[in-house]
Design a protein around this ligand. Structure first.
Ligand SMILES: C[S@@+](CC[C@H](N)C(=O)[O-])C[C@H]1O[C@@H](n2cnc3c(N)ncnc32)[C@H](O)[C@@H]1O
Length: 193
């Protein structure tokens, strides 16, 4: 399975428009999370962002220190075309696991579920390393088994607690007030310990 989940695999899906996860706009739960943020100077990372509609939303709302990361070229090009003012040095085409840096906030949406489940503990420790002290991850995670041989890979509250609790204080992990239709998901905020 792993051999398939390469930048080329994802890039091809974007090129062919085979992008069932792509909402074409900021999702309801992510909008709620972003609308609650007050400090517009914080350094934000959105990894596995694809077309990055939540990044555009942050940028339009004055969060000037937001960084978009994906290892596939095609969605980043499309993001750049839609957001010509967005600084080039805040668009990162790279494997998330190879990134260095320190952020105050990392936003998760349909990136965790796109990774081979064997990478889940590496994802959690990498998130920990990429956050400043006092930093947090926020976003949404699926609360359903989903698929077993290809993304999206699912999960549940118990699994997420087991993975994240050694590194993060669980501020909340709950159903969003308003989910996207047909998504069974949990909204979360995890503070770096
Ligand atoms: C299911 S898509 C989700 C995109 C976006 N978060 C959204 O909600 O539309 C998963 C994204 O993660 C990216 N990705 C997967 N593994 C990655 C890695 N190791 N480093 C960076 N990006 C990765 C893929 O290229 C793809 O754009």
């Amino acid at each position: 399975m792993d051999h398939k989940l390469t930048p080329d695999y994802w890039n091809e899906r974007y090129r062919q428009g085979y992008v069932g996860w792509d909402l074409g706009a900021v999702s309801h739960p992510m909008k709620v999370i972003i609308d609650r943020l007050e400090d517009r100077s914080i350094k934000i990372l959105v990894p596995g962002a694809g077309n990055g509609f939540e990044v555009s939303y942050l940028w339009q709302r004055g969060f000037s220190n937001v960084h978009i990361l994906d290892w596939a070229e095609s969605p980043l090009q499309q993001f750049a075309e839609r957001n010509p003012e967005f600084p080039e040095d805040q668009m990162i085409q790279k494997d998330f696991f190879q990134l260095n840096g320190q952020f105050d906030l990392i936003l998760e949406q349909t990136f965790f579920c796109a990774l081979n489940p064997s990478l889940r503990s590496s994802y959690v420790s990498k998130m920990y390393d990429l956050l400043n002290s006092g930093g947090r991850i926020q976003g949404v995670l699926f609360d359903a088994p989903m698929l077993i041989d290809r993304p999206p890979f699912g999960g549940n509250e118990e699994e997420y607690r087991g993975l994240f609790e050694p590194y993060f204080e669980i501020e909340y992990l709950r159903r969003p007030q308003r989910s996207e239709p047909e998504r069974v998901e949990l909204e979360f905020s995890f503070l770096k310990k």
